[in-house]
Design a protein around this ligand. Structure first.
Ligand code: CO
Length: 181
């Protein structure tokens, strides 16, 4: 199993809206496995399918659970959500968010503090998840990806222009302009 390439801004695929998964076929399970592997390799806590070029509504995440007695200890908590949809949200929370598709960009984004999300498992079973804090933030960030929304879209016009120029320069030096545009 190989690592997947993570697309970076301004790759146009990242701006597209992903389609719902209707058939729970083995290739979805395979994609989820490869997305987890890629996410761990890049030290990410969440990854959405469009970031690896697949325009379908699939996200993976792993926000380790802190041991209540020993804060140094963490238990992995991998979860994949197919067709995730926020059905309830309340409160306001801000985290400094980064994104594997927007290197070197860290910004605070307003998010809902507590959410209930409906989703399907890779077997196609319908589930609901109530969560809050960083996990809720991460789900909202990844659902943004499924809708073609990136952290850069939250910048002011001027800051976005600066960041775009910076990314284009890097893309040129990496000689992957064809890929990036
Ligand atoms: Co992201």
């Amino acid at each position: 199993m190989s690592l997947l390439e993570v697309l970076k801004y301004p790759n146009k695929r990242l701006k597209e809206k992903s389609k719902e998964v209707k058939e729970f076929i083995p290739s979805i399970e395979q994609l989820v496995e490869e997305m987890f592997k890629t996410m761990y390799a890049k030290n990410g806590i969440g990854l959405a399918a469009p970031q690896v070029g697949e325009l379908i509504r699939v996200i993976v995440m792993d926000i380790p659970i802190e041991d209540p007695i020993d804060p140094e200890k963490h238990t992995p908590d991998p979860i994949s959500l197919i067709n995730p949809k926020i059905i309830h949200g309340e409160g306001l929370i801000q985290y400094e968010e980064g994104c594997l598709s927007c290197p070197e960009l860290i910004i605070k984004v307003d998010r809902q503090k507590k959410i209930t999300v409906s989703y399907q498992t890779i077997e196609g079973k319908s589930c609901e998840l109530k969560t809050s804090g960083l996990k809720a933030v991460c789900i909202q960030h990844e659902i943004d990806h499924l809708n073609g929304v990136l952290l850069v879209d939250r910048l002011s016009d001027m800051d976005r222009k600066d960041y775009s120029q910076h990314r284009l320069k890097i893309a040129k030096s990496e000689k992957d302009l064809v890929n990036v545009l």
